[in-house]
Write a protein that binds this ligand. Structure first.
Ligand code: XIL
Length: 321
């Protein structure tokens, strides 16, 4: 039902993680988002430190700007993220309180944020990156203060605040192999069995051109076997995972990348239609990708180049759908 109202060139729910200052100040960037994508995720503007910078202060200005942009331009909004071990403000990291105080902090944050956007945000990443790469539970501040069962309560709090929102568990590394993937799927299955309101799994898919097709396809198929909705929530395909400081982009690298995008989108397109929630790339173009900044290297992970032109990967995505 949501899909029929979406506006943007891609013929399926195709989103991008958006930087609010570029959206406001760079008309080429804004026009590209308007033209090509039909869903948006805030790259940072809905994270804890952004919306809740001190204990009794919420700041929704940037997030509201994105939601208004989406409403004006027919885009779906995916909320990211209600709970994470990163992007926490100092006041949370330094918070002193009883278990009940921490529970109240968790609940109040989730319900204030979800409540603020009730009816405007279709879906939320409720909990982000709770599992380590060795399959154990990440010893985050939330687990330290509240124990691992906080995860189910986070979903319940979100559901109470907006019963209409679709709720996702989001993580990376499904494609690394069985260890982390199995732990994630065990977690979401255990939530389902307990009757926790979870609707979907976000596979971040920050991947690389050297990742095997088998690993990528298995990641998508095994997540879909849970019966939950599947969001490829942060897709990008690195061309320079070895951090070669002098690497340059070539058409050959672009072709390999396009083939990898095609493999991923084909696998997504092959799962049952009612589980296909959408695909979101993490950022819009190679110029604003988080990868070069975060990993301090040249890279070109996205379907649009730094001049905002379509790369081979763009056509590969269309060909796969
Ligand atoms: C990243 C942003 O892109 C950066 O701008 C920020 O400095 C750190 O976070 N997994 C996630 C995203 O779930 O929220 C991260 O976004 C990328 C990895």
């Amino acid at each position: 039902a949501v899909e029929t109202t979406l506006q943007g060139a891609m013929p399926f729910p195709m989103g991008a993680a958006v930087n609010i200052s570029l959206l406001k100040n760079n008309s080429d960037y804004r026009n590209l988002v308007v033209k090509e994508f039909n869903s948006v995720t805030a790259e940072n503007a809905m994270k804890f430190a952004s919306v809740h910078p001190s204990k009794d202060v919420y700041n929704f200005a940037d997030a509201d700007y994105l939601v208004d942009f989406a409403r004006l331009n027919g885009k779906r909004v995916h909320g990211h993220t209600l709970n994470w071990y990163k992007s926490l403000p100092d006041w949370v990291n330094n918070f002193q309180g009883t278990t009940a105080d921490w529970e109240n902090l968790l609940k109040t944050h989730i319900q204030t944020v979800v409540g603020h956007f009730k009816g405007k945000i279709v879906s939320w990443d409720v909990v982000n990156e709770a599992i380590n790469e060795d399959g154990t539970m990440r010893n985050s501040i939330w687990v330290q203060k509240l124990g691992a069962d906080y995860i189910g309560r986070a979903f319940q709090y979100a559901h109470e605040a907006d019963p209409g929102a679709l709720l996702f568990y989001n993580d990376y590394g499904h494609e690394f192999g069985p260890t982390k993937r199995t732990a994630i799927l065990n977690l979401v299955n255990s939530l389902k069995i307990k009757g926790i309101p979870i609707d979907g799994i976000g596979l971040q898919m920050h991947t690389r051109v050297t990742q095997s097709d088998d690993n990528l396809i298995n990641a998508i198929n095994l997540a879909a076997a849970t019966g939950l909705k599947i969001h490829l929530s942060e897709l990008d395909i690195a061309l320079n995972p070895e951090n070669n400081q002098t690497l340059t982009f070539t058409a050959a690298l672009g072709a390999q990348q396009a083939a990898k995008y095609k493999t991923i989108v084909k696998a997504y397109n092959a799962i049952p239609k009612n589980q296909q929630f959408g695909i979101t790339t993490w950022n819009v173009t190679d110029a604003d990708s988080w990868i070069p900044t975060n990993y301090n290297r040249p890279d070109w992970p996205l379907p649009f180049d730094a001049q905002y032109q379509k790369k081979a990967a763009y056509q590969a995505i269309l060909d796969a759908i």
